[in-house]
Structure formats: C-alpha cells, structure tokens
Design a binder for this molecule. Structure first.
Ligand SMILES: Cc1cc2nc3c(=O)[nH]c(=O)nc-3n(C[C@H](O)[C@H](O)[C@H](O)COP(=O)(O)O)c2cc1C
Length: 185
C-alpha cells in the first residue's frame, strides 16, 4: 500500500458535529462544533474544543454549563448556519426558530428539535493553543421518544445523526455488526 504523507493535521475522521447551547435568557447562544468527543465513562465526561475568540467561549466560562445537542439531518442547514454566524451579530435561537426546552440539571436551554441533548457542567478548562478544551461532566441526558426502540434504546436510523468528514456533513451510515459480533473474547 502506497501512503501519501500529509504532515501533522487533525485528520481524525469522522468527527461528530454538534450544536452546543450556552448562555442564559436573552443571551443564550448556539455554536456548531466538530471538535467534540467522549473522554471518560465514569464520571461521564465530554470534551469540546472552542477558540477563545468565539462568542460562545465567554458564555460557557461565565455560566459554567453547556448543553451538547446532537442534531439530525433535519437540522443540517442550521448546523452550518450556527457555525458561520456569530451570536455577537445575530440571535441564532431566533434565526433557527429552535424551541427552548428546559433541562433537568442545567439552566442553559436545550434545543428541542435535536433528538439527543447532553446537559453538561464545566469542570475544567485546558488551554491547548488555538482552542481551549472545556471538559464537562454529563449530568443529565434527554432523548426524544421518537428515536427510541421498544426497549428504550436509541434506534439509530430514526435519529439520522450527523457526522462531519473532510468539510462535508453526512448522516451515520449502514450497520455492519453489533458489539461482540466477531465472537472474539
Ligand atoms: C462544521 C463546523 C464545525 C466547527 N467546529 C468548531 C470547533 O470545534 N471549535 C470552534 O471553536 N469553532 C468551530 N466552528 C466555528 C464556529 O462554529 C463559528 O465560528 C461560529 O460562528 C462561532 O459562533 P459564536 O461566535 O456565536 O460562538 C465550526 C464551524 C462549523 C461550520
């Protein structure tokens, strides 16, 4: 196999693409992020990479909470919009016509239209360079009834979740096997 060297870059594909809500009341804002990942199971911890220049950066630090909303294909237009326009220049909640849903553990509003919402408490900030890493403990999770199967588990095709690969938005693709299907122990 012949390899073509590309030098150091963040080619960890595919990335999730999420809408993070932050800020309170009339100052509530939404930012699109692809630098987001699960980092620890117990306590459940998520990391998001946010440039200090983003309007959302200050709001997350100020409130100490944020919500990671997982969009479906239905919201892809607004995913792009919230990643292009700043909350300094526009009320993105109003532009997207998203509904504010109250969380159970945080004051920051959840995006009602997104099928899954992770309520997070900011526990640590790490300065990495271009981006700051915000570490959040997931303190509650909300899921739309419509994306659940009869056992209460996530029915992936119903959620039509998005990924971000090489500048493009895609839905999550075909199922190739379930955990353990290889029979290896
Ligand atoms: C697909 C996509 C992914 C993005 N990922 C990030 C990211 O991980 N971190 C970041 O700081 N900005 C990211 N951005 C850029 C911000 O979303 C964008 O600058 C936004 O307008 C900032 O909004 P704010 O100023 O209201 O916070 C991304 C944009 C897009 C379109």
């Amino acid at each position: 196999m012949t390899k073509v060297s590309r030098g150091p870059t963040t080619a960890l594909y595919p990335c999730p693409v999420v809408l993070v809500s932050c800020g309170l009341g009339t100052r509530a804002n939404i930012i699109t992020l692809a630098w987001a990942g699960t980092l620890c199971s117990d306590p459940p911890t998520i990391g998001i990479g946010v440039r200090p220049s983003r309007h959302s950066h200050g709001l997350i630090q100020e409130v100490g909470e944020f919500v990671v909303n997982l969009p479906s294909a239905d919201q892809v237009h607004w995913v792009d919009h919230c990643g292009t326009v700043s909350g300094r220049d526009e009320d993105k909640w109003a532009a997207c016509d998203f509904s504010h849903v109250s969380g159970t553990e945080v004051q920051v509003p959840l995006i009602g239209e997104c099928p899954i919402n992770l309520e997070c408490r900011l526990v640590q900030t790490v300065s990495l360079g271009s981006h700051d890493l915000f570490l959040g403990h997931v303190i509650a999770v909300q899921m739309d009834e419509q994306v659940l199967d009869e056992d209460g588990g996530l029915e992936v095709p119903k959620a039509r979740l998005l990924t971000y690969v090489n500048g493009g938005y895609r839905t999550v693709g075909e199922l190739l096997g379930r955990h353990g299907f290889s029979g290896s122990r």
